[in-house]
Ligand binder design. Structure first.
Ligand SMILES: CC(C)(COP(=O)(O)OP(=O)(O)OC[C@H]1O[C@@H](n2cnc3c(N)ncnc32)[C@H](O)[C@@H]1OP(=O)(O)O)[C@@H](O)C(=O)NCCC(=O)NCCS
Length: 173
């Protein structure tokens, strides 16, 4: 698989050999998300350590497409970004496509890397006859504008609280 743009972005399926890279990119995304929203739960060390295994399972799963975007010469490619598409069975609704773990390296942004990744994801979802898509992102972050740009509308609010806060409020009632 390869999708080219004017800036020579190449998109390919990730393989088992890419799992360390994927884990690193996912860690960078997590750090950016946590910096964007203080209410976001922090990723545990156990999960950090399990990322490689998670990606090893994902790249082998036919209902998941893990993509890597590369720039530079084909002989010495530079990793520019990643995105994952996952077909979800749906509990109350029909199967849908979930877009996850979108990350473009800061120095590669605004050159069409994400566009190339999204193009491949749309092909994947179309091939699996999945017309409805969803994506999650940190509230108040830049991603909100991005997804609006591509026609996504906020539909569900995931709101984080603490047991202590709920108990304190109950005690005052
Ligand atoms: C958001 C992000 C993926 C964009 O990647 P990118 O490679 O710079 O995007 P592209 O250059 O391919 O831009 C594609 C389109 O999105 C638009 N776009 C890019 N970044 C945008 C932003 N922050 N807000 C609004 N629109 C944006 C571009 O204008 C472009 O539109 P067009 O093709 O219709 O002209 C990248 O900035 C990033 O990794 N950010 C941090 C992580 C993050 O927010 N991930 C998303 C979590 S769901």
């Amino acid at each position: 698989m390869s999708a080219s743009t004017a800036t020579e972005v190449r998109v390919r399926c990730a393989t088992l050999a890419d799992c360390d890279t994927l884990a690193l990119l996912r860690s960078r995304l997590q750090a950016a998300l946590e910096a964007e929203n203080a209410a976001l739960w922090r990723m545990t060390e156990a999960r950090q350590n399990a990322l490689r295994t998670f990606y090893a399972q994902s790249v082998s799963d036919p209902s998941v497409l893990v993509l890597l975007a590369e720039v530079g010469s084909p002989g010495a490619p530079i990793i520019a970004g990643t995105a994952t598409g996952r077909i979800e069975a749906g509990r109350d609704v029909a199967k849908f496509g979930s877009i996850e773990d979108v990350w473009v390296e800061p120095e590669q942004r605004r050159r069409g890397v994400f566009r190339a990744l999204l193009t491949e994801l749309t092909r994947f979802f179309e091939a699996h006859d999945v017309p409805e898509l969803t994506v999650g992102f940190a509230h108040g972050g830049a991603a909100s504008e991005l997804w609006q740009h591509f026609g996504f509308q906020p539909a569900v609010v995931l709101s984080n609280g603490s047991l202590a806060a709920v108990k304190a409020r109950l005690a005052r009632s």
